[in-house]
Ligand binder design. Structure first.
Ligand code: BDP
Length: 730
């Protein structure tokens, strides 16, 4: 009996183990696309008709020339054809080729004469053209440079990846912005400040010898969307990066990236001459300091002849800068610019400055600091301005600096990483945010003076132009911690190349290249992506609220935080909720931040009635019973409505995703599904915490019929997250 009993128990134990491990086993062998291949999957084209067509059209191909870049073209094309079309297509001699790729100068004369008129003037532009040549149909990809030919090649591949017609192609394209960089906030210990996708992809310890395949794949992905630069290290820079040992490591990466048209840049610490150079000062007017930077530039260019230049965060959030020596930002930037100029390098000098001593409202400080310096910067300096005047919030009006410095080239700084938008578990497609900013009219030179025209140089006739995106890339298998967030890297690159493209169109391309070709699924996911940013604004910071997230790590809601040493680090400073109402009065009756904008924007934003609702509480402190024009609701009811709507929309998005399961790769599906579980919880957390907190001031009930908050306000206030990822200062 006893034995039986024990056997029985063992049997039950086994059964339990088998039953329990079955789902585990099933999960553990879930195979599929883990996201590593990004949008360059090149899986076989499912339509046999199209596949045949492409095969026929490109039956024999030839790349003219032998540079490293053209080797890359050959490899990519062969790899892509093998994947997309199921077999290698033969490489041909010119006389029989149906696809010819090469720099204009390398084309046979008759072919060159045929196409040269249509080749874009810029060095990076390309032409893809189907022509009749020697009695045959020939497709030509050509450009002024090999890099242009590489961009053209990726463009052709996109036609195939998105199943477009290639019958008679005439695609001419060139970038609207010259400098198109990713800014990595990566520390030398591989911690990524505001990074949510694992460690830094740069394994500094193993460089320069050990070169991961990932470095090449990073370069391929960037080149495929036209990103032509990378700032390898954090703006809160470690001075060690400029020491010979690290420069050798940087050189190794620059060598990997060069054939892909990607230049390497470094963030530098302004006090490096003292910290690593042994000098007594870092005063930009001191001859020894100036010489130190000149020598440093010379050393760098000896190793990296195409080095891009420096990115500098100075006199901001504790970073050293020219102000420490009584000098202006222009004097600081120009010293570095002079050191780099002989080699063609540039300085990207950040305008994200608010730690000065003026005690002026934070949103006004960058303008006050830099506007008076307009015209004082060297030609090879770009002032790098964050899109909004405070800090990468889910929504901000544009920085008033755009358009305010006609004699200084401004570049855009966007955040791609999701510091203020839910880290790597909230599905937020940033295309609409970028477009909203780029299309905003500054009225700097009358109507039509969009931010895009300011930064592309066309408004004021600047030669140098640029855009930077703070990268969301890490060493996670799927690069960005969430498959859908790969789209933000992608859309950043595509808009950097051509800001006139639509966010929806780019999303559509990305979905087809990354997720599925199923038409219904593409349409559903595109719709979801396009709505996603507004959804998140609603459950985090509706109606112009901003900077009410948890302190330090910026994870989750923290509108109650009021204990930080500087006023303008505290969420209470930004929402200013009290019994009378909520919002920050930046109108002429308040801190008058609107004065920094051009007319008629200034007047429009001065009056709540003419201020777009999305910016209402950014510019105005309004009573709780203020009537919201579009809905007729009171401000309190509208606020609550938005919070609830945002959370409900996330639920709907998650349900929509579940619905698409059989149209998607199992692994991609599952990754996003799990992230949606978290996003739903966190959207409700945001909603409940904010509504309860603001309710203390409004003193009004929740409108009828709404689900009760899950916990008390006290519960939300005591939550703490010491290990939230991505924090600064690590
Ligand atoms: C803030 C980030 C901080 C960055 C800073 C910057 O919280 O980690 O160092 O921006 O852009 O948003 O310099």
């Amino acid at each position: 009996m006893k034995k039986n009993y024990r056997t029985g128990r063992r049997f039950t134990g086994y059964l339990l183990l088998v039953l329990l491990s079955f789902p585990l086993l099933a999960r553990s062998i879930l195979t599929g696309e883990d996201g590593y291949r990004l949008w360059l999957k090149y899986d076989p084209i499912s339509s046999p008709v199209l596949s045949d067509k492409y095969r026929h059209q490109f039956s024999h191909w030839q790349v003219l020339g032998e540079s490293q870049t053209l080797q890359v073209v050959r490899q990519e094309l062969d790899y892509a054809f093998r994947g997309l079309l199921g077999k290698s297509l033969p490489v041909a001699r010119s006389s029989e080729a149906s696809l010819i790729i090469g720099r204009l100068a390398n084309l046979p004369a008759p072919l060159r004469i045929e196409v040269e008129q249509s080749v874009p003037a810029s060095k990076e532009g390309y032409l893809i053209k189907t022509i009749r040549y020697r009695g045959k149909t020939v497709n030509v990809i050509t450009a002024k440079t090999d890099i242009g030919a590489l961009y053209g090649t990726f463009r052709l591949l996109r036609q195939l990846q998105t199943l477009q017609s290639v019958d008679t192609m005439h695609i001419a394209s060139e970038p609207k912005l010259k400098i198109r960089v990713l800014d990595h906030w990566d520390n030398l210990n591989r911690h990524v400040e505001r990074g949510y996708a694992g460690q830094s992809i740069w394994d500094w310890h193993k460089l320069p010898e050990y070169i991961y395949q990932r470095y090449y794949d990073y370069a391929r992905a960037n080149a495929s969307v036209g990103i032509n630069g990378t700032v390898l290290n954090n703006v809160n820079a470690d001075p060690l990066i400029l020491t010979p040992r690290y420069l050798d490591k940087v050189t190794a990466l620059a060598d990997v990236f060069r054939p892909y048209g990607i230049r390497v840049y470094l963030s530098v610490k302004f006090s490096a001459p003292q910290l690593t150079g042994g000098l007594k000062t870092s005063d930009p007017l001191d001859p020894a300091v100036r010489q130190w930077w000149k020598n440093k530039a010379r050393d760098i260019y000896q190793k990296i002849p195409d080095f891009g230049g420096f990115l500098v965060k100075a006199n901001s959030e504790g970073q050293p800068g020219p102000g420490d020596f009584g000098r202006t930002h222009a004097e600081g930037a120009n010293m570095l610019a002079d050191a780099l100029a002989p080699y063609g390098g540039i300085v990207m000098w950040r305008a994200f400055v608010y730690a000065n001593e003026k005690h002026e409202e934070r949103s006004k400080q960058a303008y006050s600091e830099f506007k008076p310096l307009d015209g004082q910067f060297r030609d090879n300096v770009l002032l790098q301005v964050k899109n909004g005047p405070v800090d990468f919030q889910p929504r901000e009006p544009v920085s008033p600096l755009f358009g305010a410095t006609p004699n200084t080239s401004l570049m855009m700084e966007f955040q791609i990483t999701m510091e203020y938008l839910g880290f790597s578990t909230h599905a937020v497609y940033l295309g609409p945010l970028y477009k909203e900013v780029l299309e905003t009219d500054t009225y700097a030179k009358g109507q039509g003076s969009t931010v895009a025209k300011v930064i592309d140089g066309s408004l004021f006739g600047h030669r140098l132009s640029g855009i930077a995106g703070v990268s969301d890339i890490g060493s996670d298998r799927n690069w960005t911690g969430h498959i859908l967030l790969q789209a933000n890297w992608y859309v950043f690159g595509r808009l950097a190349w051509d800001h006139t493209q639509s966010a929806a169109g780019i999303a559509g391309d990305w979905i087809k290249m990354t997720l599925t070709h199923d038409e219904q699924a593409v349409a559903a996911i595109e719709k979801m992506m396009m709505a996603s940013r507004e959804v998140t604004v609603n459950y985090m910071t509706p109606l112009g609220l901003h900077h009410i997230m948890g302190t330090g790590h910026h994870y989750g809601p923290g509108p109650w935080v009021d204990s930080l040493p500087r006023d303008d680090w505290n969420p209470v400073y930004y929402h200013k909720a009290d019994q009378a109402g909520i919002g920050f009065d930046r109108s002429p009756r308040g801190v008058n931040a609107v004065e920094q904008y051009f007319s008629p924007l200034r007047e429009q934003l001065s009056d709540p009635q003419t201020t777009p609702e999305k910016f209402l509480l950014w510019f105005h402190h309004l009573p709780w019973d203020y009537k919201i024009p579009s809905s007729g609701r009171t401000l309190w009811n509208e606020l609550v409505h938005r919070y609830y709507q945002g959370a409900a929309d996330v639920k709907a998005m998650a349900a929509q995703w579940d619905h698409l399961q059989d149209k998607l790769d199992p692994l991609q599906f599952e990754q996003v599904r799990m992230a949606f579980v978290i996003q739903q919880q966190e959207a409700e957390w945001w909603r409940d915490a904010c509504v309860l907190y603001f309710q203390q001031f409004s003193g009004q009930p929740l409108p009828d019929g709404l689900e009760k908050p899950h916990h008390t306000l006290a519960y939300y206030e005591q939550l703490s997250f010491p290990y939230a990822p991505g924090q600064g200062g690590k």
